[in-house]
Design a protein around this ligand. Structure first.
Ligand code: FES
Length: 310
């Protein structure tokens, strides 16, 4: 079992530390607290942490000073700021220093868990990139990416179109691609990362050759998409948001695909498939990759499905 990620929460309000501890420990993280920047530095000198969540306004050593120290002495630790009413300048300064994200106080448990998960993915991505540099991206791909960056550079609002084109070229937007774009467009990495995390059409995980989108809208739900989805998950051995090991398929859950009359609906790449049943979904997917379903869509299973669906 993987070791739990270690998180340090730095805030001069004990209640903030306690509530973050409660929420994040329940998610399986190892959480410690520090009531000042000074205490945080002492702790970081003695322990290894994956992520630090820090307030900005603290007496003596404030958050910005702490972030500067971390960037110099502990550059591998991810940083997220938790803050009440930051000025735009402070946020800008923190972003320029390379924080991953920020979460406003008071935070909801869901917002804290979400930002923590994303930040830890970012930290993992950094380590991954450092361990296995570039091997996934052929020079032709990177050249094309650089060409796009050059084409859009200095144009107002260039970041989103460049990210879209980059995703078309590479298939997803891992940290190494985000960094290349950040450098090429001269936009802070943290800003690029915030945009990628904000829009659901950007993905930081590799997608498969075929993207399966299953509609979870009301009409499809009423017509039984849940059963279809669980059959697809079982057959491909992946959950929503994941990609099969052989990178053949990715699975997404989406809200109303605008084809309610055909409910329940799934879309593979650009092709819409309506009136899905569990069996039909397996048949359609096997048109794209017959072997992957051999083990699951045996005659026996098909019969069982047909029986259940009447
Ligand atoms: S609810 Fe599924 S297509 Fe509209």
């Amino acid at each position: 079992m993987a070791e739990a990620a270690k998180i340090l929460v730095v805030d001069d309000e004990i209640i903030v530390i306690k509530s973050a501890e409660r929420v994040l420990s329940a998610e399986g993280y190892h959480v410690e607290g520090a009531l000042s920047g000074r205490e945080a530095i002492l702790k970081m000198e003695q322990n290894n942490y994956n992520l630090v969540l820090t307030d900005l306004k603290m007496p003596e050593v404030d958050g910005i000073t702490l972030i500067r120290w971390m960037k110099k002495s502990k550059p591998d630790i991810g940083i997220v700021i938790i803050t009440g009413y930051p000025s735009q300048d402070t946020i800008k300064e923190a972003l320029e220093l390379g924080i991953i994200d920020y979460v406003p106080k008071p935070f909801t448990p869901a917002a804290l868990v979400d930002v923590t998960q994303r930040a830890l993915e970012w930290v993992k991505g950094k380590v991954y990139v450092e361990e296995k540099p570039k091997e996934e991206f052929p020079p032709s791909m990177l050249n094309e990416l650089d060409r796009i960056i050059k084409e859009y550079k200095n144009k107002p609002g260039c970041l989103i179109p460049v990210l879209q084109r980059a995703q078309e070229i590479v298939g997803y937007l891992p940290p190494i691609v985000q960094k290349r774009i950040s450098k090429g467009l001269n936009i802070p990495t943290a800003e690029v990362h915030s945009v990628v995390s904000f829009y659901s059409f950007f993905t930081m995980k590799p997608r498969g050759d075929h993207n399966i989108r299953v509609c979870l809208g009301t009409a499809c739900y009423v017509k039984g998409i849940e059963g279809v989805l669980s059959k697809i998950r079982e057959a491909l051995k992946i959950d929503i948001g994941e990609t099969t090991e052989n990178r053949k398929f990715s699975l997404e859950g989406v809200r109303c695909l605008g084809a309610c009359g055909l409910a329940p609906v799934m879309v593979i790449d650009q092709e819409t498939y309506g009136a899905m049943t569990q069996k039909k979904a397996l048949d359609v997917i096997s048109q794209y990759e017959p072997t992957i379903l051999k083990s699951t869509a045996s005659e026996e299973i098909e019969e069982e499905i047909a029986e259940k669906e009447g």
